[in-house]
Design a binder for this molecule. Structure first.
Ligand code: CP
Ligand code: NVA
Length: 302
């Protein structure tokens, strides 16, 4: 692993190694307290964040490293100076770059021109750190196993969906994507996920019907309006109403776990009662962001 821009280039073993390292980091943090000693990491944000920002900052400190936060007040990368010069300059001082950006191509450019590993901490196309943390949470919830696991993403098909589809396909899981008509995941990503699922014994189902989530281990929600989207909430609420996760839906579909990358818009994409229910593993997902990302950083920088 040279960079971590998407999960699509990883093998099943590489993803499982990250999950297992993340679990060990969670259980035995002291073992890794000097893993990034003397290393500095720039974390760049073109978009807002709570979980990503704090979990990287705190996580890097827990590995004995040092993070430098560059916020979105700097504007989109490439405005004040080119992405190429940004990458060349940062590479003079830091050992890795973590970037949350709009365009995936910005990450590709950072990786191409810089001389240090680049980690995607969300772009419009993918959210790979989230997917590793999520599958770690499902692995733990299922007694440290993903054998025969299944997950149904219900909502708007974009970055989080794409990374769940690709990682799930590589892991050989059943991943169902349920979106309103017109909000399906990217066709190229779906095609790749289907190919990877066929190679790894997984199954990808693309649907507009929540009933296709019947019997899955987990229903997974994301916000109906992503950062940078300028859709009208009233329009979206009308189109997405049948896709809201309710206690009734969780029971009707016989689903064990509720997952969400957060931020949650309580009462909009999901009922409050579901978020706060015993089935909810949201906070394990949030906590695991730090462990999963530390596993990624240790793997890239070892
Ligand atoms: N899930 C997630 O990436 O949260 P933030 O946007 O708060 O970082
Ligand atoms: N799809 C959401 C994910 C937030 C973590 C967004 O891009 O805003």
């Amino acid at each position: 692993m040279k960079h971590f821009l998407s999960v699509k280039d990883l093998s099943k073993n590489e993803i499982m190694d990250l999950i297992k390292l993340a679990v060990d980091h969670k259980q035995n943090p002291g073992k890794y307290s000097q893993a990034l000693a003397g290393k500095s990491i720039a974390t760049i944000y073109e978009k807002p964040s709570l979980r990503t920002r704090v979990s990287f900052d705190v996580g890097i400190a827990k590995l004995g490293g040092h993070s430098v936060y560059l916020d979105q007040q700097n504007g989109a990368l490439g405005k004040r100076e080119s992405v190429k010069d940004f990458a060349l300059n940062l590479s003079c001082w830091v050992d890795a770059i973590v970037a949350r950006v709009f365009e995936h191509d910005t990450l590709v450019e950072l990786a191409e021109h810089g001389s240090v590993p680049v980690v995607n901490s969300l772009c419009n196309l993918y959210h790979p750190c989230q997917a590793i943390a999520d599958y770690q949470a499902l692995y733990e919830a299922r007694g440290n196993s993903l054998d025969g696991a299944s997950i149904a993403y219900v909502g708007d098909g974009n970055n989080v969906t794409h990374s769940l589809l690709l990682a799930g396909a590589i892991l050989g899981l059943k991943v169902v994507s349920v979106t309103p008509v017109g909000y399906s995941p990217d066709a190229q990503v779906v095609q790749l996920a289907q190919k990877l699922a066929a190679e790894n014994g997984g199954e990808i189902i693309i649907s507009n019907d929540v009933n296709d989530a019947k019997g899955v281990d987990a229903i997974y929600n994301d916000t109906w309006i992503s950062m940078g989207d300028d859709k009208s909430l009233d329009d979206i609420k009308a189109k997405f109403a049948p896709y809201k996760t309710t206690v009734q839906l969780m029971n009707d579909l016989d689903v064990k776990y509720f997952m969400h990358c957060q931020p949650v818009y309580r009462g909009i994409e999901v009922e409050d009662e579901v978020v706060d229910s015993e089935k909810s593993i949201l906070m394990a997902q949030a906590e695991n962001r730090m462990h999963a990302q530390n596993a990624v950083l240790m793997t890239l920088l070892k």
